[in-house]
Write a protein that binds this ligand. Structure first.
Ligand code: FES
Length: 259
């Protein structure tokens, strides 16, 4: 397939978008990203602002966990605690290397795919060295916050098996376990975690501790190769877990109990 290079495109002048010689369906991936990511942002914003139907029986929506004892009102409007909580998982996902690739392509068209000319409105390319994109470098710190949330959501998943002080299993209990498992896979396949485990070493075989780190790094690398898959699966699982809690809490459906 003869592709026109960026230099050739520049020589030819900017043509109406998109400019590419690709004949495959390259636009499907960015289009799906816009639809799925856009739908999640709209749904989570709506649920965050709704401030009700987030707890029922032993189930607490992951969008509202942990329950914060903050009671803040602005102009008579009670600020939803989900808005404080969302800052942490949202910043982790927004700065994620995988999501950056996906939303730069899908929303900024910068470029939308390989060998497709970008829709560039900027005058010069500064990468992620200037505000606001320089904030992407905070990702390694948002990772530590994400680990704390894995602990919190794991406790929620255990609590999802305690019905009025007794052990029980509902469909919600299983959904909570699946959700935290997918979130853990997403979090611990993170590039920053891989760096924490295996980075900053000159010699893996020089000590027993370094050899252990190398072994863990190899396993994390296996997870890391599927990071994109875990990113999407965990996004769906958070939304579906919250939706299930909402439907049960609002009385739209009843929790299915197995035990
Ligand atoms: Fe995606 Fe860290 S690179 S969560």
């Amino acid at each position: 397939m003869a592709l026109r290079t960026t230099a050739q495109s520049r020589e030819a002048g900017r043509a109406p978008l998109p400019l590419t010689s690709r004949r495959d369906n390259w636009w499907i991936r960015p289009l799906l990203t816009v639809i799925v990511l856009g739908a999640f942002v709209i749904y989570s914003a709506w649920r965050g602002l709704e401030n009700q139907f987030f707890e029922v029986g032993p189930y607490l929506s992951p969008l509202y966990s942990p329950l914060l004892p903050i009671d803040l009102s602005i102009g008579g409007w009670k600020v939803s605690p989900a808005l404080y909580i969302l800052i942490f998982p949202l910043s982790f996902r927004l700065t994620c290397y995988y999501y950056r690739l996906a939303y730069y392509r899908a929303f900024f068209w910068d470029p939308p795919a390989c060998a497709v000319q970008e829709l560039s409105l900027r005058k010069r390319y500064t990468g992620e060295r200037e505000f606001p994109f320089v904030l992407q470098n905070l990702h390694r710190f948002t990772f530590y916050a994400a680990v704390i949330f894995i602990v919190i959501l794991s406790i929620d998943a255990i609590r999802a098996f305690i019905f009025n002080g007794r052990f029980g299993v509902g469909l919600g209990s299983l959904i909570f376990v699946a959700n935290v498992a997918l979130l853990a896979l997403y979090t611990f396949s993170c590039h920053s975690f891989r760096r924490v485990i295996g980075g900053g070493l000159n010699c893996y075989s020089c000590s027993a501790a370094n050899q252990t780190r190398y072994g863990i790094w190899q396993r994390v690398s296996l997870l890391n190769a599927r990071h994109g898959l875990f990113a999407w699966c965990s996004l769906f699982s958070v939304a579906l877990t919250d939706l299930y809690v909402r439907l049960v809490a609002s009385g739209a459906i009843q929790d299915v109990r197995f035990l």
